[in-house]
Ligand binder design. Structure first.
Ligand code: C2O
Ligand code: CU
Length: 459
């Protein structure tokens, strides 16, 4: 092994610090190629599944980057249709947000686009297509994006758990019915095959080992309730952002796009198993199971501590805040009479002819004018009134918000909030990131069928 003397090492490192930062060089930038591929999705008893994925796999390559660094990726589009990449949950420079028509032109087949941005907050994020998303994400265009804390808590295994809900045919091929009006007007396009992909893979653990599990729900529409059996611990972060006070990790409910970081100690003993399970209405499904190969130590590890906080501004008060209520209507059993689409007032039938079923404040699809225009430093409150018969997972780009709880306190920082039917919930945040930011339902069938608006943050 190379035996560097400490002196030499310091001299080398400080010399390098004097050099200017290398300019972004295209040849050196890693590539994410959106293309078709074939993967063994179900098991070796089934044929390979034809997918669309980054670099041909699903999930796409996991990206890990230290907090505060610049992430550069060159998207090459080898699909037969346009695409873009959105970096979900990152407080990103608006031009890099990946929303076609809002922050960039869609990348045409054969074309490319280089994303280059700083990652200010540590945590569990993900990246995915933001073009024709009901189809492109259902086909597999997503991957995990992990921003590492400089002083991460000590664990024996740090595992990303990407959970998806696939709609497959008998021969394990993706069902191409991405835009059925029945799905779009109800709970979305739900699948028939749940799969958790663990990175790195893990099949064996020891009793009293500590695991960090980074759950990412990439399902287009399904809300997942997960349980951890033979493990005991705390939820330490939601949607990337550390909780001040970790909460017990028992049942975990994740709407589409939501994430949770969980730190658990293995309590199962040799001969037993530890299991990550999906809790269904009829069946429970083991998504992953670990054999126990002995004991790591006699005693449990010390108490699970909170993760270090991110440098993000939080709400202190609501005084002087602008209020922009958001009324959700439509869908099956919603009684929608009419709505505006592309500037035209339409009856429900006319909306449906245009593939639109849901409205936000009476408008289906991206409106011309934003839901609100706020200045930097201004606080925006959005009471969200779910006047529909279904749950919705509202996602804000470019910012994390907090829920204003009934007692006036503020909930944890999140980028996606799951709102049950007929529920009213209020979110608020102080604008700190200029640009045009979409705000939409991450049940992607609902987004495609109307549930999208935007917010303008002026500098
Ligand atoms: Cu994760 Cu607008 O999306
Ligand atoms: Cu929805």
């Amino acid at each position: 092994m190379l035996n560097l003397k400490r002196r030499q090492f310091l001299a080398g490192a400080s010399a390098a610090a004097l050099l200017p930062k290398p300019a972004l060089s295209l040849e050196m930038t890693e590539v994410l190629e959106a293309k078709s591929g074939a993967v063994s999705l179900v098991s070796s008893d089934y044929p390979d599944t034809q997918i669309w994925g980054y670099n041909g796999g699903v999930p796409g390559p996991e990206i890990r980057i230290p907090q505060g660094e610049w992430l550069q990726r060159r998207l090459l589009n080898s699909l037969a249709e346009p695409t873009t990449i959105h970096w979900h949950g990152i407080r990103i420079n608006n031009a890099m947000d990946g929303v076609p028509r809002v922050t960039q032109d869609a990348v045409q087949p054969g074309d490319e686009f280089t994303y280059n941005f700083e990652v200010p907050d540590a945590g569990t994020y993900w990246y995915h297509s933001h073009f024709n998303t009901t189809e492109q994400i259902s086909r597999g265009l997503y991957g995990a994006l992990i921003v590492e804390e400089p002083n991460a808590p000590e664990v024996d295994h740090d595992i990303t758990v990407v959970v998806d809900d696939w709609r497959l045919s008998q021969d394990a091929q993706i069902d191409p019915d991405f835009s059925q009006i029945h799905d779009w007007s109800h709970a979305g396009r739900l699948g028939n095959f749940l799969k958790a992909t663990l990175t790195p893979t893990l099949t064996e653990v020891k009793q009293n080992q500590r695991l960090r599990l980074r759950f990412i729900c990439v399902a287009t529409d399904r809300v997942m309730t997960l349980a951890m059996l033979g493990m005991e611990g705390k939820v330490v972060a939601l949607d990337g952002m550390p909780l001040d006070v970790p909460t017990p990790a028992e049942l975990l409910t994740l709407g589409p796009a939501q994430r949770a970081d969980v730190i658990v100690d293995v309590t199962a003993a040799q001969g037993e198993q530890a299991i990550i399970g999906f809790i269904g209405r009829e069946d429970n499904i083991a998504l992953a199971s670990f054999d126990i190969s002995g004991q790591a130590s006699l005693a449990r590890r010390p108490e699970i501590a909170p993760l270090p906080a991110n440098p993000i501004q939080r709400l202190t008060s609501l005084s002087g805040a602008q209020i922009a209520p958001l009324n959700m209507e439509g869908g099956a059993m919603g009684g929608l009479q009419s709505g505006t689409y592309k500037g035209k007032q339409m009856t429900t039938e006319e909306l449906v002819q245009n593939g639109q079923i849901w409205t936000l404040n009476g408008v289906a699809g991206l409106p011309e004018t934003p839901l609100a225009e706020v200045a930097l430093g201004e606080t925006l409150r959005i009471p969200i009134i779910n006047n529909t018969a279904f749950a919705h997972a509202m996602h804000m780009h470019g910012a994390h918000f907090q829920e204003v709880l009934p007692d006036g306190s503020f909930g944890p920082l999140r980028d996606t909030i799951l709102i049950e039917r007929q529920e009213t919930r209020e979110i608020a945040f102080t604008a700190s990131n200029p640009g045009d930011w979409v705000f939409h339902c991450h049940m992607l069938s609902h987004q495609a069928a109307g549930m999208i608006t935007w917010i303008k943050v002026t500098s």
